[in-house]
Design a protein around this ligand. Sequence first.
Ligand code: PLP
Length: 439
Amino acid sequence: MSHVLHRSLTQSYPTAVGGDGVYLIDAEGKRYFDACGGAAVSCLGHGDPAVIAAVQQQVATLAYAHSSFFSTEPMEALADLLAEQAPGELNYVYFVSGGSEAVEAALKLARQYFVEKGEPRRRHVIARRQSYHGNTLGALAAGGNQWRRQQFQPLLIEVSHVSPCYAYRDQLPSETPEAYGVRLVAELEAEIQRLGPEQVMAFIAEPVVGATLGAVPAVPGYFKGVRDLCDRHGILLICDEVMCGMGRTGALFASTQEGIVPDLLCIAKGLGAGYQPIGATLVSQTIVDTFRNGSGFFQHGHTYIGHATACAAALAVQQAIAERGLLARINSLGEQLQQALEERFSTHPHVGDIRGRGLFRGIELVQHKASKAPFEPTLKLHAKVKTAAMDAGLMCYPMGGTLDGRRGDHILLAPPFIMEDRHIDELVDKLEQALNTVF
Ligand code: PLP
């Protein structure tokens, strides 16, 4: 009997004992092609010698020093690198241990910014339905995933939710993608007006939506419209790139692909690639200047801020991605993957849509292609796909449909950047085997 409080109390999990490049290995010696990086984490695959060496060296030198006593070399070096890579005036980095913490920090940075700026009435956050920003209470409040929120609702701060940008289901047949984007920005503007612009502090969104929609990029112009709207009303724009950032979509920061720079940018998963738990919130010069000219202090903090070993791991991961030219391969590998998925599955009666950007791809499963009717969530189709894929030696990341039936089950693919062309066939073959088992 396991004494671990696992996610599921009814399921038993194989024990992962090793990692080898694009594969995870369980205690029985079975190898799984890791086509989702867990949840878009393991972008450098498993067992990377350069990262292992960096972690070993850092642990031997200095594993940890509390950030209220010391700065550390790896923390400074990683912040320098990220600030140099980040667009616009995102010149500061606040380190945390994961994605939810990065979002919590962004929300608190936004709130404190307005308090210090003399606009304490600004407290409302606007987010999007069918979004996920993490599981801590602040991040959960921002998220719009009803299934995750339901029972915790009484504990959550009030957040307004507007429509996500989800062309496959919500763009009208009479609309161009651009016109659809304009309509969504108008909806956001109406919500800002309803709340009173002087009371709104931030709008938060994922540039390419991961877990809740399944690798859905916005339509052209949508994020530019959002940025303009936020600027017009003095509202901060938070981009949650916890899943889609750090190269996953073919650019280090997905928001740059939309031609915008947010005021706060959250990253995590691909930052440390799973070698250590780490996340970060990139913060604009304007926000930091406001703090500097005000209290001189950010009223927040966790014990593991800027953990030296975590920073050393992330630094080694990011250096490996740069030195090995992996970013340049993501777009071409992503195109090949999209093509292979379309060739194999576009005529499948239960595949409604195949989409994504870079090495971030999603497949939406439907009952009927023409009507796009989703399967009943009670069928738990996504769980069946996950089990069948694991049986076939494949890790993919399936998610259930929404409770309101506004989205079907989907399969998220986020394979490691080190994958080779031949791995695309392996991925698609194993996925086909899994889908054949389920349907
Ligand atoms: N934001 C997004 C977009 C995510 O996808 C996730 C996790 O899946 C989070 C935040 C929360 O990150 P974590 O699970 O590391 O707390």
